[in-house]
Write a protein that binds this ligand. Sequence first.
Ligand code: AMP
Ligand code: MG
Length: 329
Amino acid sequence: MVVILGLEGTAWNLSAALVTEDRVIHEVESPYRPLHGGIHPREAAQHHAAELKRVVSQLIEKAQDARFSICDIDGVAFSQGPGLGPCLRTVATAARALALALNVPLIGVNHCIAHIEIGRWRCGTEDPVVLYVSGANSQVLTYHTGRYRIIGETLDIGIGNALDKFARYVGLKHPGGPKVEELAAQGTRYIHLPYVVKGMDFSFTGLTTAAKDAVDAGNSLADVCYSFQETAFAMLTEVTERAMAYCGKDEMLLAGGVGANRRLQQMLHTMCTDRGARFFVPESKYLKDNGAMIAYLGLLQLRTGQTLPIEDSAVRPNFRPDEVEVKWR
Ligand code: AMP
Ligand code: MG
């Protein structure tokens, strides 16, 4: 049995988990919640630094209840990128220290691929087209000849970031995504907002500005939230469907924190059903940023020998998923 300790802390959630081949042994997290405004990279990193010892100690303690000891750990995996520089560096430092102290391999994983692999693992989907929608990232990907290829992506900000920026503007606390979803459920009138799909890519900044303007113009907040979701999610669904047609794949996997949105799930589910494809979405705890996904991808990479010497373990804030050679598939 192989046991991997995974550390996630690319942005808002500091999370540590122990994973083995067939299950998540335990996970402990400490989310950073900004007092005002959005995620401040240095504040988030300070939060992670202050919480790392408690989170990891608690994980080890809980694992002991499940009859696992620190000596059982075969590797330490961490999110090497993409993410916020100060957060990445803080968590990488902890991961290096743990790997050295335990004398086990250090495994640097790509955060986006970790979202995909935990989804495939939890849902049992073999070869899906993936819609990965989180705060900073929005991409449509699929596996082809040894890599996850990015078929389409945002040309500016991620959809989660767009929702959060809009929400903050109208006075809602971070993170705004779930609050926009609640308000949208009460909306009844569709207000025209910019629908921006260019080829296989999409863009959200114009939509965010137009939504702010629509609120300033006196439209009801619920109607604007409703229209924002309908527009943005239709864009994402259109590109995902085209990617499925293009690649001839009949499975679709949703990944990333915004994937918790029921309206987005509903649109994608309808699209998949209409084309005779299967739609997969993992439990919410595996959609958002979590340590288990890092540990799980670490486990896959340890098997294929994709570990890191300490001297090559610098963080990669702009690490793209198609830079990784996928040897475990
Ligand atoms: P992640 O970076 O993958 O953990 O995702 C975080 C992002 O997901 C934030 O931008 C949140 O606002 C967004 N989010 C979380 N829940 C929802 C939801 N129900 N609807 C829309 N966005 C959400
Ligand atoms: Mg993420």
